[in-house]
Every structure is written in C-alpha cells, then in structure tokens.
Design a protein around this ligand. Sequence first.
Ligand code: SAH
Length: 357
Amino acid sequence: MTAGLTDVASLERRELTEALLARGHQRFRADQMFQWIYRHGITDLAAMSDLPIKVREQLATEFTVSTPELVHREQSVDGTQKFLLRFADGQRVESVFIPDTPAMTFCISTQVGCAMACSFCLTGKMGLTRNLTAAEIVGQVRVLADALSMRESRFNIVLMGMGEPLHNYDETMKALRILADEHGFAMSPRRITLSTVGLLPALEKMAREPIMPNLAISLHAPSDVQREALVPINRKYGVADIIAACKRFPLSRRSRITFEYVMLAGVNDSAADAHALARLLKGVKSKVNQIPLNAAAGIPFERPADEVVDRFARILADHRLVVSVRKSRGRDIRAACGQLIVEGGRKSPAQHLAVMM
Ligand code: SAH
C-alpha cells in the first residue's frame, strides 16, 4: 500500500462516500467504486471505465485498493482448496474453499492465529499474532472469488477459519457490513455463519446488530468440567450462561443456532454425554453438528470410531434434536476444521502431494 493514500478496501461505502465528498468528488462515485472492486474484481482505479478520465487520475492520487497476495494454493482429492494469503506486513492466513456442501462455501479467517487455545485445535497452538482488519477479512473473499472465477456465483461464507471472530468484534462486524453492501457482494447475512466459542459480552452485542449472521456455537461438551478441559475460556463463560444467552438470541422464524460438537474418543462421546447434551439443548432452537476430530500431530486426542459417532447422533435424534455429522473435507491437504496453521517456509509432505501453483 502506498503511503498517504486512503485504502478503499478498509472502508464501508458510507465512509468512502464521506472521504470522496471531503475531496470534492460526487457522492455516487462510491457506489461505482464498490461495484468495480466487489462485483467486477477491478482494483486499478485507472481501469474504472465509467468514471471520467480526469476523475480517475485524481482518485489515483488520493486512494488505493489493497488486496491480499495469494502465495500458495492446494487442492484436495475431494475438491476442497486451501489458499495461503499474505498481507502487507508479511503476516499470513489460510482460507478454504469447500465445494458442494451442498452450496459453495468460503471458510474465512478473522485473526492471525487465535488466543482461545482450544486443546484439540492446531490454530490454537499458534497463539494470537494479531487481529485481521475488515479489509483483510473481506480481502480473502475477493481473492477466493477471483481465483475460483466465482464473482458471478452464489457462495456461502463461514467464519470458521483461523481465529475467534468475536475476539475481533469491530473489524469482523465491519467486514460483514462491507460484504452485505448492495453495491458490493450484496451477501445476504443468511449466507454467512459466524462460529464462536461464545464470548458472552460480544455475543450479547451482536444480538443488537443490524446485520445478523447465522450463529454457530463451539460447545463440544455438555458440562463445565468437560468443556473447561477443552475450551479454556469456559472458565469465564460457562455452559449454562452460553445456553441462556442462546435462548435470548433473536432468531428469524426458520433459523436455528448450530451447536458444533467436536467428537473426541473417550472424552465427550459417551451415550451419557449425548443424553446430557440433549437435556441441555431442550428449549433452544438448535441443530447439532458433530465434527469427528481431525487428528494431527501435537493434538492429544483421537477420533472416535464411526459407530460411536453414529450412536451419539441417534441418541440426539431420539430426543428430537436436529443433528448432522460434518463430513471431513480436505484432510489430505490439512484444510479441515482445526487444521489451519501457518507453517514456516518448508513444504510439508502433504503440500508436496497437491501443489497447484
Ligand atoms: N474460533 C471459532 C471459529 C474457528 S474454529 C470457534 O471456535 O468456533 C471452527 C470449528 O472447528 C470450531 O467448532 C472448532 O472447535 C472446530 N475445530 C477446531 N479444531 C478441530 C479439530 N482438530 N477437528 C475438528 N474440528 C475442530
């Protein structure tokens, strides 16, 4: 990014309008610029051909549009693709494209690393390096849409990449507003899912936001004792408080809160755990998404046998809960849940398998 220039990628359209007016431009230029950047993927101001040449020249002395650099791309045998992106300061994150689930889904990061330190998650092992800006969060969507030639296609977004979105509240909410902008991607909030460990003050705040994504709670255990061993922040925001907040959370008539439940052999996968979970979720408009652990070196847990996963799901279904088992995608390229981590320069064996660029 060039010094002194305002980065359009970091602005909501309202802010861009103000910045343009302050420099003597007309207000509708903001709408045009949003259309170029988000609908057409054009960031070169000189190429915005429905603006007068003089205006384009002037804009180029005032504004720039930052875009994350795509440094690596891998494809799994199942069609999942993983993208490594680098920002201006050299920090990197991974983003994942998951085809046909049944929709097309972009899995986007909100932080470099994560401070939550969940004991089964590789990103958690990294610790937190820094928050992403709204420009960097939306930038991942722009880069993936271009790389996959999907500017014209419909896709869903899940904030389930690296980081805890509610630990980076302001920039995440700003990113949602930019993604929803009618002159930009015009994403319906119904196509966006925010996944969180349940940072309660932020969750309560989100309940009052004009743009409300679908909510997924990383629950993983039906009791505080079990959850504390997996999700350290549970010592501060416990299971009962999270469930109470979920009961208060405003939901549209047809929507439900997703409860993610990573399945760890011998830890949280017993029949008693399933019954306890069902009791806990009584009266919550919920669906449970069981995620059999994606094992990795350094993660001290194992994935349960398929029969154990099925038994758990059957018990929940018997309690009339809506339940699904997440199919693991992209494990061969370590793009599956909890496997996102930015490694050093050396290529891993998995990366050698499927290098595309
Ligand atoms: N911080 C947010 C979003 C990122 S994680 C959150 O915790 O919800 C997205 C999902 O992947 C979470 O439900 C997380 O618990 C799960 N996950 C993390 N590590 C995993 C692993 N090794 N195997 C399966 N799922 C995992």
